[in-house]
Design a protein around this ligand. Structure first.
Ligand SMILES: Nc1ncnc2c1ncn2[C@@H]1O[C@H](COP(=O)(O)OP(=O)(O)O)[C@@H](O)[C@H]1O
Ligand SMILES: Nc1ccn([C@H]2C[C@H](O)[C@@H](COP(=O)(O)O)O2)c(=O)n1
Length: 282
């Protein structure tokens, strides 16, 4: 299937999903998963445990967590080294919110392996390995119990797919079969599980500034990242969140210009505090 056909099919799926969401219930879903392992009693046990945490009461009829509808979820998006972690640190110190950074420690060490380093060394071979694990760990982040009225998290399962997987595929570093399998997983997840996001804060920065910050941060795995890689990531972010021409955006977007020095950035975060933490009215 050509890339264009694939995109059109995705768009159609999303359109169908919006107008007529799939009727998957937790009681149907979990046995289906467990039956793959041909263990019926385990299927029943897991269904009960699963049903304690999820219900299908919301309009979308996707699986949703009980009692978490009123909590606010804000995703901080932006290029590598644009200042996302610094932004999260600032808000975590100055407000009573829950902050979830990207699980990069896991990406650098999963049972003694470093898929992040492997991906940068040989993206064609290891891109699928890293991105499969990113998708799992980001889903885990999204579905974890929210411990405060507001959750701010670094990136999302959406940018993992729309930016990083997309970039690997478009730059011909990810084989089509890997891209298609990962896309099937992503579509299944987003069609069947509610992943609530109330606001996206996009830290918009120039690739050159990010490159300079990335060099200064000096993460071992990222030393080989060229400026062109950050330019490609930047373009995908711009198409998604500014031009709005590539993929569905799961929440309203607040754009913050992120090229300034640290004191100016902290001032900007203060100015936007109300919009970010009161995002339901944004
Ligand atoms: N406004 C800024 N001006 C200069 N350096 C910054 C600024 N914000 C962050 N940094 C530095 O740039 C590097 C990347 O920032 P970080 O917050 O880790 O980015 P990200 O989480 O988006 O990858 C870090 O070394 C950080 O100290
Ligand atoms: N889906 C993803 C998400 C992140 N990465 C890489 C990019 C960086 O090297 C690192 C963490 O990014 P940062 O938080 O510093 O912006 O992980 C990836 O390859 N795929």
């Amino acid at each position: 299937m050509s890339f264009n056909c694939f995109c059109i099919r995705n768009m159609r799926r999303f359109a169908t999903w919006i107008s007529s969401p799939p009727a998957v219930s937790s009681s149907r879903l979990m046995p289906a998963i467990c039956n793959r392992f041909a263990d019926k009693s385990a299927a029943v046990r897991r269904t009960r445990a699963f049903s304690n945490h999820f219900s299908t009461e919301r309009v979308s009829r996707k699986l949703v967590r009980n009692g978490e509808e009123k909590k606010l979820v804000v995703c901080i998006e932006g290029n590598i080294a644009s200042g996302k972690t610094t932004c999260l640190e600032y808000f975590s110190k100055t407000s009573n919110i829950e902050v979830l950074t990207e699980p990069i420690c896991k990406w650098r060490n999963v049972r003694g392996h470093n898929p992040l380093a492997l991906m940068y060394q040989d993206p064609t071979r290891w891109g699928i390995t890293l991105q499969t694990y990113v998708q799992l760990t980001m889903l885990d982040r999204h579905l974890s119990t929210i411990s405060a009225p507001v959750r701010m998290m670094e990136r999302s399962i959406f940018s993992a797919k729309y930016i990083f997987v997309e970039n690997l595929y478009r730059s011909r570093k990810m084989p089509e079969v890997d891209f298609v399998v990962l896309s099937e997983w992503f579509e299944w997840i987003t069609e069947n599980i509610a992943i609530p996001v109330d606001l996206i804060v996009y830290l918009q920065s120039s690739p050159e500034i990010c490159h300079a910050r990335l060099k200064e941060r000096c993460r071992e795995e990222e030393k080989i990242i060229p400026l062109e890689y950050l330019e490609a990531i930047h373009q995908l972010y711009e198409d998604w969140l500014i031009k709005k021409t590539s993929f569905i955006i799961p929440a309203p977007v607040l754009v913050i210009s992120a090229d300034s020095d640290l004191p100016t950035m902290l001032h900007q975060y203060e100015e936007n505090r109300g919009k970010i933490l009161g995002a339901r009215n944004f």
